[in-house]
Design a protein around this ligand. Structure first.
Ligand SMILES: [Zn+2]
Length: 326
């Protein structure tokens, strides 16, 4: 079973919010496509795993573990009574060759050698096991979920370290087998992993305020040309109506990832949305969807949810049916 949701990576949410509010540079567009492609590969992996079934095992998705004061990110950790298997997911497309340990993808050299990365991250899991004085197996595979990916290697031993799309279903089937169980031992291993989970420390991107267009934009076509009604805004370009609450949640999402860990006050948020929604409504929605931190006369707010999608799923009193096509 999947133990946690796979959320969009912070970088993806940053670039999406940035792209909505400014023209991306060539480099930023490239980064956005790269991160989006990686994330799509992870979703594809989850989808295929779902189709085979994974009730017998515990799966952690996209977690950062702090092991012996060094932090490593894992795309997928499969836990059973036997131990942990790390799956690194690479959504590569095209032709990949490994010759004398050098990787090329579509004839371009890859600087980060995927096998060294895998060895390092598996090594860290072994450290975790040894520190906790436990006894279980640790191994890893690189998963290439894209069916357009072709792999060539001069070293036959490399084939043991990878799973291609053509073999992915069979690979997952081995876990959906009565001989594989997650009993007490798996629960024990799972507790060790959970104790090491930390927030992603590698996300340090911050938006340059002077580049950003402030205000609210249509969730369907991205236009900032909206007409204010009492409880909703109507897009003058595509006609979509979205209630004030939807716009506030989307803006809170953008604020969070564009100015990560920066203090947000009611005034700074009102400035960010260019006062497109009245002060009293904004106050009400901030109280509902944010944690409030009081320091003297000053109050700051942090978004209660991970991102916009998470907010629309979790917020119990929030109803998307209020948004409709005009
Ligand atoms: Zn629109």
């Amino acid at each position: 079973m999947f133990i946690n949701e796979r959320m969009k990576p912070h970088e993806l949410l940053f670039y999406e919010a940035l792209a909505a509010r400014t023209a991306l540079t060539k480099n930023e567009s490239k980064n956005l496509s790269k991160i989006l492609k990686g994330y799509e590969g992870e979703l594809l992996y989850d989808e295929i795993f779902d189709s085979i079934g994974h009730d017998n095992i515990i799966i952690y998705r996209d977690v950062c573990l702090n092991i012996d004061n060094s932090i490593t990110q894992y795309d997928s950790l499969i836990v059973s009574d036997k131990g942990i298997i790390s799956n690194e997911i690479k959504n590569f497309t095209g032709n990949c060759s490994v010759s004398n340990g050098n990787w090329t993808l579509n004839n371009f050299p890859i600087t980060k050698d995927a096998f060294s990365q895998l060895n390092r991250s598996v090594g860290k899991l072994m450290d975790m096991r040894n520190i906790s004085q436990s006894d279980f197996t640790v191994s890893g595979k690189i998963i290439f979920p894209n069916d357009t990916f072709v792999f060539n290697s001069d070293d036959q031993t490399n084939w043991n370290k990878i799973i291609l799309r053509s073999g992915l279903r069979d690979y997952f089937r081995q876990f959906n087998h009565p001989g594989v169980i997650s009993g007490n031992k798996a629960q024990y291993i799972s507790r060790i992993i959970s104790n090491c989970i930390v927030d992603n420390p590698y996300f340090t991107l911050q938006a340059d305020k002077t580049r950003l267009k402030y205000g609210l934009y249509c969730g369907q076509c991205g236009s900032f040309n909206l007409s204010k009604q009492r409880f909703h805004l109507t897009c003058n370009k595509c006609g979509r109506n979205e209630c004030n609450e939807t716009h506030i949640l989307r803006a809170l999402n953008d604020y969070k990832f564009l100015f990560y860990n920066q203090t947000m006050t009611r005034n700074s948020f009102l400035e960010f949305i260019d006062n497109d929604i009245p002060f009293y409504s904004v106050s009400r929605f901030l109280a509902k969807h944010c944690f409030q931190h009081k320091r003297g006369n000053m109050s700051s707010y942090t978004f209660k949810y991970f991102d916009f999608d998470d907010a629309t799923k979790k917020s119990d009193s929030y109803k998307r049916y209020k948004d409709y096509l005009g």
